[in-house]
Ligand binder design. Sequence first.
Ligand SMILES: [Cu+2]
Length: 207
Amino acid sequence: MHRRLGVSVVLAGLMAIALCSVSTDVAGAAGSVIQGTVKATGLPSSADAVVYLQQVSGSFPAPAKPANIDQRSMQFNPHVLPVVVGTTVQFLNSDPTAHNVFSPDYEKYNLGTWPQGQTKDHTFAKCAKVPCAYVQLCRVHPEMEGYVVVLQNPFYAVTGADGHYKIDNVPPGTYSVGVWHAKLKSAPKPVTVDGTKPAVVDFVLGR
Ligand SMILES: [Cu+2]
């Protein structure tokens, strides 16, 4: 009697594990890839364009850990950082010289000036209409420039030098795909994905 009960419990446990792994697999597969190429007309590189879904239903809490921008070799690295609204960005100074970070955009901020190895934070708490692009500048070095691009959801990608981008795991639906670039523009494009097949959306940016 006890022995049979024990076997049943073990069997039930194994079935539960099997069911769990099946549902995990299904959840993992329920998403389409949206990918393509962005051509930055007239520029030597098509890097640093942000391709993003303008609006996705649901709520997308900011990550618990801050995103990072490093001031290194007199540059903001990465040059362009997309984040979900609410994200805190931690700015690290890796150079032996003091750097500053400020932005004249939206609520405006100036984080002061700090030495090598130290960090300062700014939280991008709101964005009424995506994308909210904040230029990052340094008062000490006027040639330094970077961007934080605030978005509604985490379905975004930054293009490489060849202009290619890839957004993973997009839930089934119809979306408007936007593209942000520091100097060039293009109108958004519609896309419909079924959660399984990939979709291709290409952009040609102009003035
Ligand atoms: Cu600087």
